[in-house]
Design a protein around this ligand. Sequence first.
Ligand code: 13P
Length: 288
Amino acid sequence: MLVSAKDMLEKAKAGKYAVGQFNINNLEWTKAILLTAEELRSPVILGVSEGAGKYMCGFKTVAAMVKAMIEELGITVPVALHLDHGSYDGAYKAMNAGFSSIMFDGSHYAIEENIEKTKQIIADASAKGISVEAEVGSIGGEEDGVVGAGEVADPDECKMIADLGVTMLAAGIGNIHGKYPANWAGLNFDVLAKIQEKTGTMPLVLHGGTGIPADMIKTAISLGVSKINVNTECQLAFQEATRKYIEAGKDLEGKGFDPRKLLAPGVEAIKATVKEKMELFGSIGKAE
Ligand code: 13P
C-alpha cells in the first residue's frame, strides 16, 4: 500500500535498521523493486528524481503507474513514493500529483532561506499526510545533472531544520552520489554522532548508498541512519547484465530480441541488488 515514509522510518530508527530508497527509471525498475520488497516483506521507498520524473512523462504518470502496480501486483508491504532532491516548485508538483513523500533539497540556499522554504513545504505537506525530507550540507557528486559540492553538515543547522518538524533529514557527512573515488576519505562518523545527538529520534538519511562498504553502513545505522538511498548500483547491475546478454549474442537467438527477454536479465540483476541491500540494511521482515 502507498503510505507516507513517516511510520516506516520511525519504526526503523527505533528498531536500529534502515529502509532502502531505490530510485526508479521506468516500469521494469519499479516492478523489480516492488516484487522484491513484497517477497522479502520489507518496507520500501521508491525514489524519483526530477529528471527521472520528466523521463517517465511527468509525476502524474509516475504516481498513476505506481498506484496501479501496487494494486495489480497485490503489493501489501508499505511503499512510499518519494521525490528525490526536489526543487521548491518540484515538491509542490509531486505533492499535487499524488506522491506520498517528498524531499525538498534546499541545501544550496543560505540556511535562513532553506529554513523558510522547508517550513512552508512542511505546513502544506503535513496537511496532506505527506512526509518531508530536508537536506543540510550538500551531498557530493552528480545525480541527474544536479551537482553537489559535498560539504559536511553543521550539526547546529541540522537541529534548526529538524526543529521545523521534518520527517527525516539528509545530512552531508562526506557521502557522494555515484561511484566513490579510490581516494575517498570515508563517512564522517564524528559529525554523524553529533547530528544524532542534536536531532534525537528523528530519522537520518544517508544518500549516495552505492559503493559504501558494509561496515560503514552498519556504523551509520547504529548512529541513527534509518533511510539509505541507492541509485547508481541498480543502474550498474542492470547495465552489466544487459551487456552480458548482448555480448553472448542471446538477442540474436530465436526471439531473443523480444524486449521482455532482452530486459529480463537486467531486471533480475536489479532484484538481486535490492535484495542484497535490504539484507544489509536489516529491513527484511519489517513490513508488519
Ligand atoms: P547513489 O547513486 O550513489 O546510490 O546515490 C543515490 C542517492 O543518494 C539518491 O538521492
